[in-house]
Design a protein around this ligand. Sequence first.
Ligand code: HEM
Ligand SMILES: *[C@@H]1O[C@H](CO)[C@@H](O)[C@H](O)[C@H]1NC(C)=O
Ligand SMILES: *[C@@H]1O[C@H](CO)[C@@H](O)[C@H](O)[C@H]1NC(C)=O
Ligand SMILES: *[C@@H]1O[C@H](CO)[C@@H](O)[C@H](O)[C@H]1NC(C)=O
Ligand SMILES: *[C@@H]1O[C@H](CO)[C@@H](O)[C@H](O)[C@H]1NC(C)=O
Length: 432
Amino acid sequence: MKYLFVGGAFAVLQIAVSAFPRVAQEAAFQLSRSVGAVPRNNEKSAVNFDPAAQLVDVKGAHAFTPPDFDAGDQRGPCPGLNSLANHNYLPHNGVASWTEIYNTTVSVFGLGEDIAAFLAVYGAIFDGNIVSLSPGYSIGGPTLLNEDVLGGLGLLGTPQGLSGSHNKYESDASACRYDLYTGGNDYKVDISRFQALYDLQSGAASPSYDLSVWTVHRKNMFLKSKNENPQFFYAPFAGVIASTGGFSFPPRMFSNKSAKYPDNGILDKEILKSFFAISGPDDNLTYTYGHEQIPANFYRRAIGNEYIFAEFLSDLNMFATYFPETISTGGNTGTVDSYAALDLGNLTGGVYNAATLLEGNNLACFVFESLLAAAPDVLKGGYSDPSGPMSTLLDNVNTLVGSYACPTIETLNEGQFASYPGADYASGGGVL
Ligand code: HEM
Ligand SMILES: *[C@@H]1O[C@H](CO)[C@@H](O)[C@H](O)[C@H]1NC(C)=O
Ligand SMILES: *[C@@H]1O[C@H](CO)[C@@H](O)[C@H](O)[C@H]1NC(C)=O
Ligand SMILES: *[C@@H]1O[C@H](CO)[C@@H](O)[C@H](O)[C@H]1NC(C)=O
Ligand SMILES: *[C@@H]1O[C@H](CO)[C@@H](O)[C@H](O)[C@H]1NC(C)=O
């Protein structure tokens, strides 16, 4: 059995390469705990605005520097990570270790440590390389640019990066990125999607793209994919969960905080354009691939008011209440407008069902448990079952997930995916 040691500022984690993604969760939560981040509830004390602490440095070493694609720099579907690389918070070549991704998404944007650890580790497992001293991945496409990070093996073969993670991390019906099948790529801005978002505030006296705007946009983008993409597919993790970040992260973390708006901030047109690499006047919006930029005088979320998992779940609940398809796994069956949700009861062996998904802890549990249950599919490469140290890790996971009292999904009935041609459109492994 191979082991991986993650050192540095954090507690040393011992991770076996079997039994992912349970291990991903455990690593994430070990890490969260080691830096003192335990899942918190939604109760907030008053949010204080501290301009000195919240101003994001975009000068000197952190001045905007566009990618040099000829030199192999990587940029992909995530405007958060692209902008971090463009400002040299992440390595400028776009290949980063998961600890760097964890650290900078927390310290620059105020992402909660619990979500940051989870997303960062998940990417290394499914899109990058975990069997190296410095596990990490490309925020764009496949590359061998950083041997420290990518010197080992990907769990699913050659690491494909985030751009190559369609249906595992990257999803159809994105906020502003193309659907892979209709757009030919899944990582560039589809200007028609951006324009649709932009226009939602065209009549507003003082435009701000707050959560309610992104809620409407999410419904519209789901319907756009349904109506235009015969191979539209919405996977349990990539669609329901990861894609939620694409719609909740901007109002939560791209909005500019101030004394007047210390919590929700303001996300106006100029800030929105800057983070999505769009320039030009309203009637001639122009996209420049890879040029996502943190605007000058940008104030991040208040220290201590990070965007934690509990708030994410409450936002997901909001999306789902407005447009229930948001949490329905399924897709078109080969023609446009043929969307069929798969039967959640069937998928999960009767453990979860759509009717009760918004009750109690069910949604959080579905997230955890469907990931855990997906493990055998990911492990097609022949990794063996856990034993020894693994069982300790699993105990820890179970303790954490146990705090949510989740009913266990034994296996995901992935036979259900057969009716969706778009589910086969995944590189290097199964749907997640
Ligand atoms: C912590 C590590 C992170 C990872 C591994 C990650 C990864 C991804 C991936 C794979 C997508 C594509 C999803 C899709 O196809 O819809 C995505 C989209 C997105 N991410 Fe991230 N992300 C991270 C953090 C962040 C942060 C901190 C922000 C903002 C502050 C952010 C903002 C966004 C947005 C707005 C989109 C939607 C892009 C679009 O549709 O045009 N992400 N991210
Ligand atoms: C990120 O790294 C910096 C520099 O090593 C450190 O001061 C900071 O505490 C780290 N932040 C997190 C959230 O780990
Ligand atoms: C729109 O912007 C592009 C890129 O800046 C420019 O080349 C083009 O001339 C502009 N078109 C109009 C009609 O202004
Ligand atoms: C953020 O808000 C402050 C206070 O209103 C303002 O001075 C600053 O210019 C704003 N930043 C951006 C990028 O709009
Ligand atoms: C569940 O799905 C499988 C595969 O699609 C199908 O054969 C089976 O009949 C379904 N069972 C129920 C109870 O719907």
